[in-house]
Design a binder for this molecule. Structure first.
Ligand code: 9MR
Length: 461
């Protein structure tokens, strides 16, 4: 897929008589533009996983329908659901996901046809000379059922060990490594238009496991086996997005394959610290930027909509906060960073009115990035005086309807109206000429204006 950048950046600043009136930066995509819209403008999709139980949560479905244009069923197309006993198929749960996707103009990534996990016991118990027949029948029946309804299939999921060798499972034990080519050919015969993927975790950077995937898909391509792409699951830990991710994606696309980020999340210890949330924002931006930089990276999908429906706390006790939406489905800094990485607008309003008195010891600048229901705001205090500031307290007034939901690098109270932001233990000292930045996330009811009238330790800035 080709990517067409449509962004046009315009920056203007007016300085009149020493009073900086405004600096506004706008790019393609108005403030609050949905992730899917921003992604589509860049030639990629932005997806999410959804389970059938998510479909009865109106908060989740509202966000899914508004923000994402691709759906991966979390569990509903896996073998244990679709063929729980030999020859007996159940497509009801998967159909429900497809129906939701279709009614919201979303595409579907089929997940998955062959996997060692969530595999019903009857498959593992088959005599080895019956496994190939069962696998081919399963693929043919499921891919035929969803023919024309899925954009892509994860045909084989997670086939590798961490050292890059092939995982021993019912399929490789019965058929050797050839089961993968057989699965791809069978899926292609059933749905020639679906993009066929191999999908795995810990293959995002260059390492032994991704080398194993690279070697396999190189051979499959050379042999003319129908394969279109490699899915990089991307279940990350904050601060650990591999620096080789982009180069790794490029080596796969150089083979004539697509790549996709298929299950993105970025976990941390809970409760989440503001530092980790900031790192998560950096990580999400890095992943999105990597996809945008690689011409055949077709899209990014997050695994779940928000922290409350994420698989992480169940699988990694004590960890979570791994998605772009918090437990209350409020967007986190990672959402904002993602939107910005996708070319979303940043409306920056810098205001100091009235002009500071000549002996002013501070300036304050702030920038707001708003979307339909929320905003993030970054505020920077600069010490323009000659004495160090030891401990700061910045008073300002929020626009009507704005309510702060979280803050970083400051403690702020109350949540609305006239508020005071105080330093936290590590950033109370600001040397002359130095600055300190903090920020917050807020909900709004339409008024996204930045605050003016800042008072620092009792002095107007
Ligand atoms: O999100 C899925 C979770 O509900 C299931 O309990 C779990 C069982 O293995 O599978 C989760 O999804 C996995 C996906 O299908 C493949 N990659 C890893 C995902 C997280 O475990």
């Amino acid at each position: 897929m080709s990517k067409t950048a449509t962004g046009l950046a315009v920056t203007s600043a007016l300085a009149v008589g020493g009073l900086l009136l405004a600096a506004v930066t706008s790019q393609a995509g108005a403030a609050g533009t949905a992730l899917k819209t921003l992604a589509e403008a860049k030639g990629i999709y932005f997806g999410t996983a959804l389970t059938q139980s998510n479909l009865s949560n109106s908060t989740i479905t509202a966000i899914a329908g508004a923000q994402f244009d691709m759906v991966t069923p979390g569990n509903e197309m896996k073998w244990d659901t679709t063929e729980p006993s030999n020859g007996s198929y159940n497509f009801g749960p998967g159909d429900a996901i497809v129906s939701f996707a279709q009614s919201h103009n979303m595409r579907v990534r089929g997940h998955n046809l062959v996997w060692h996990s969530q595999l019903p016991g009857w498959v593992s118990s088959l005599p080895s000379n019956q496994v190939q027949g069962a696998m081919e029948a399963h693929i043919t029946t499921e891919a035929t059922h969803y023919k024309g309804k899925v954009y892509a299939w994860d045909v084989v999921n997670e086939p590798f060990n961490e050292d890059g060798s092939l995982r021993a499972d019912a399929f490789s034990n019965a058929m050797g490594s050839g089961y993968i080519a057989d699965a791809l050919r069978t899926a292609h015969a059933a749905d020639p238009n679906a993009k066929l993927y191999l999908n795995d975790y810990n293959i995002e950077g260059q390492n032994a496991k991704s080398d194993g995937m690279y070697k396999l898909v190189s051979q499959l391509k050379a042999q003319g086996v129908p394969i279109d792409g490699v899915g990089l699951e991307s279940h990350f830990i904050v601060g650990q997005v591999p620096s080789s991710m982009r180069a790794n994606m490029q080596r796969f696309t150089a083979l004539g394959l697509d790549v996709a980020v298929t299950e993105l999340d970025d976990r941390m210890q809970t409760p989440a610290s503001s530092a980790n949330l900031a790192q998560q924002a950096t990580d999400y931006a890095a992943v999105v930027s990597n996809c945008l930089a690689v011409s055949h990276c077709v899209g990014v999908s997050q695994w779940g909509v928000g922290d409350a429906d994420s698989w992480i706390p169940g699988a990694f006790p004590g960890q979570g906060a791994a998605t772009m939406y918090d437990n209350n489905y409020q967007p986190k800094p990672a959402y904002n960073a993602t939107a910005t990485a996708l070319g979303g607008s940043t409306t920056t309003t810098t205001t100091t009115t009235p002009p500071p008195p000549p002996n002013s010891t501070c300036t304050v600048t702030d920038s707001v990035n708003a979307w339909n229901t929320g905003l993030t705001e970054s505020i920077t205090i600069t010490n323009t005086g000659t004495a160090p500031i030891n401990g700061w307290s910045l008073a300002f007034t929020l626009a009507g309807g704005q309510t702060i939901t979280s803050a970083w690098n400051a403690s702020i109270s109350p949540a609305s109206g006239q508020v005071t932001a105080k330093n936290v233990d590590y950033n109370g000292s600001v040397a002359p000429g130095g600055s300190v930045s903090f920020g917050f996330q807020a909900t709004h009811t339409g008024d996204t204006a930045a605050p003016g009238d800042f008072t620092l330790n009792g002095t107007r800035c």
